[in-house]
Design a protein around this ligand. Sequence first.
Ligand code: FAD
Length: 423
Amino acid sequence: MIAPVYVDDLKLDPFWWDAAPRPKLLPEALPAKTDVAIVGSGYTGLSAGLVVARAGRDVTIFDSEDLGWGASSRNGGVIGGRMKISFSALSEQRGQEMALAIYREGRKAHDFTVDLIRGEGIDCDLVTHGRFMGARTAKDYDAMCRDAERMRKHLGIETAIVPRAEQHREVGTDLYHGGVVRSVFSGIHPGRFHQGLLDRVRATPARLMPRTPVTGIERERDGFSLDTPRGRVHARDIVIATNGYTGTVTPWLRRRVMPIPSQIIVTEPLDKGVMDRLMPMRRMMGDSCKLHHYYRPSPDGLRIMFGGRAGAPYLYTEMLRIFPELKGVRITHSWSGNTGYTFDTLPHIGSHEGMHYAMGFCGSGVSMGTHMGNRIGQRILGNQDAATAFDGLDFPTRPLYFGKPWFLPAALAYYGLRDRLGI
Ligand SMILES: Cc1cc2nc3c(=O)[nH]c(=O)nc-3n(C[C@H](O)[C@H](O)[C@H](O)COP(=O)(O)OP(=O)(O)OC[C@H]3O[C@@H](n4cnc5c(N)ncnc54)[C@H](O)[C@@H]3O)c2cc1C
């Protein structure tokens, strides 16, 4: 592994917090009761809160930390409608009709989020340049081509095939065996998107309770009581929007959503000529490695932001494997956050013992969390059109899983080895 070269004043907070620092708001006075209590102030919680508060309900949003401290201000800012599992594999697993419905929901989530950003006038560096996905092996390339054809035929989603001989028009590397470009992919500044959503929520009477963990939830005849270090509050409805930070207060969900860390490193600004060679189209990027890498240009187009499910030294090594000419380039920011994975690799929305939840976005929750949060809000308001393709799906756990992914180090080592061996 190659040791990363860091700048002297390396920042271990997200790059996004430079332009959108965590709001230093103080918690408001805790009411004795509220119509809707929301646990978690990321995209999911805010999106649910916004729709319900605008409809006139009394809303209280809790977060253990500063608002938006979780994955919603730490992510890569890539918005796509993709599922973790390919369309072909999902069709085989659940039948084509279900796979179609789920992929259409993903598209809806993308479009909903882009429309929300535009409709609300949220200034968050939205670009809709599409995404290039590189094939790590020739076998992966064949599978991508087959998947692209099925998606075109059944979903009308156009995917451009990029053979290996032509890939330099997309990416300055010889590592990949070609790839595909999907046009329905966008990029945003995730911190400024969160800030924009928060500003919209703050324009409603919703109450914001940063640094106020919900430590206990009890069901009552007409709703729930929530315990916090600031006291107890009664809520008629409750939304759990804690995704990769789901804790012991909701043990049933904790057994179903695994906290899987993801890390991002950011290079110092590069010469425009280098960026023109390495990422000529300035698209969002990813590849088919088992330890999936995702990378993108910074919103000003001058830095590479490189992410994956491993620590900074591993990411630096992998970045150099893709772009050897970056050897010696220094890293200015490095941070991590939790994604929320599910055992069936699908997001889940529903209610358990009367509590609404939406989570398990498997690393693709920017649009899915925003969309699902809105759907839950609509359900609380009693709107009939709040159905999603995920309704009624069984939410699986595993017999020996109680909330700590003990198998993770072994799984990461195994997948990392397969990537290095190209199998
Ligand atoms: C490094 C990284 C890169 C990613 N890249 C992408 C990407 O490019 N594209 C994409 O679509 N997705 C990406 N994701 C995933 C995406 O960020 C998440 O799916 C999404 O932000 C989830 O939003 P959320 O509101 O559901 O949860 P979060 O934003 O994680 O918020 C959950 C909140 O719940 C709070 N909380 C937990 N327990 C309690 C409690 N008991 N009381 C009060 N508060 C509590 C936490 O403090 C936290 O702030 C990435 C994630 C990471 C970590």
